[in-house]
Design a binder for this molecule. Sequence first.
Ligand code: XMP
Length: 311
Amino acid sequence: MKINVRTFIRQSTKSIQKEVGTGTALCATSGGVDSMACAFLAHRALGKNLIALFIDDGLMREQEPQTVTKLLKKHGIRTVTVRAAQDFSRALKGKEDPEIMRKAFRDTFYKTLGKAVRKYHASHLIQGTIAADIKETKGKIKSQHNVLSQIGISPKKYGLRIIEPLKTLYKPGVRKVAQALGLSKSVYQRMPFPGPGLATRVVGEVTPQRVRIVRKATVIVERALKKYKPFQAFAVLLHDRATGIKKGSRQFGNIIVIRSVDSRDALTATATKIPFAVLDSIQRSIYRQIPEVTKVLYDISPKPPSTIEYI
Ligand code: XMP
């Protein structure tokens, strides 16, 4: 859908102001382009009556909590961080099935938000759900964590009144809005990062130790592939393990997959054609920096039949 960005921003700003009135709204902000665009839009509408809520779930990429909150504050947005890593870790413990894990994540996420809504006496929650999230949840592909209405859950259960200003837009439209709102190129061109964070990149049980492995591998993959401008590039930790040799002896270690895809709107995708030398250099860095890994693979699957993430 072609959008007139200025008109979209003007109308959305007015509609947020009308809906929230003199109340206070919280905007759950993870640092991805959708939630950042949403926070900037809501800030334009509400000024100091908007609180950007950053939930540190312990599932973020390296340095993400610091970078995101610094950026929000730099733009004059009132920002609150909730440290909830232990709550998420407890909720995900022992859950290996993807949908059960997603549900546990979602429940913890909304409980945390609900608490913040009450603490700050907020009347509304503004969130960056986009059209693709709704479409894929509706199509029963994955229950995206943020599409409560589509999965038959009433926001009232969590004491929330929800506004989703970006829900008619797909990723390219969101990027244009983010750019027009003054977000820097490094933010509006950012790769999408899923709501449940690195938990979608750990197949099997999501433990803090397994998240640490995938986080380290993610830094290596993202850095090496940045210049190819993929839609998304990241590392995945598999459930399976593989025998390898470390320091001259046998080790039954972990398997990391390098995943990089080109896409327009995340509804379909193809694997990025990465030169072998680049893949080779990534695998070397992974073996060198992450002793727990004994095998590195490159995933060539398109979507469909695959999906972008692993769970
Ligand atoms: P899949 O794996 O379904 O991913 O091909 C499509 C796009 O959605 C992102 N993704 C999510 N985003 N909550 C989100 O906010 C989620 O639960 C979720 N699951 C997948 C994924 O990174 C890709 O951009």
